[in-house]
Design a protein around this ligand. Sequence first.
Ligand SMILES: [Zn+2]
Length: 117
Amino acid sequence: MTSIHTASMSYINRYYEETRERHSIIFITAKHKSPFAPTWDMVKQHKAGTMSDEEYTDLYMKKMRALWKKDRSLFDEILDEPSVVLVCFCPTGKFCHRHLLANIFEKLGATNYGECT
Ligand SMILES: [Zn+2]
């Protein structure tokens, strides 16, 4: 079963080669058109402070449940990798969907090793 890690874009920019040698790097941002990204509306509203962490979490979990129903193979592809790093733009230590997604994969049987720092 896969090992899940999370990292910020700035971490990956700094340690790209070392990280790539040991893990599959998966960008989960709206900019990368990832199926695991939040919607642009969620990104904008959360950034503007008009959407709370709780609302964002609720919408994100709903989006992921819908994705699971629609195309479960997207999750299986990640669970088939030996080691994965989920990457988005949010700085380390901030509320962020990469941690929500890591928790989802943990529930699906992966081991969550947390943030690369
Ligand atoms: Zn993020």
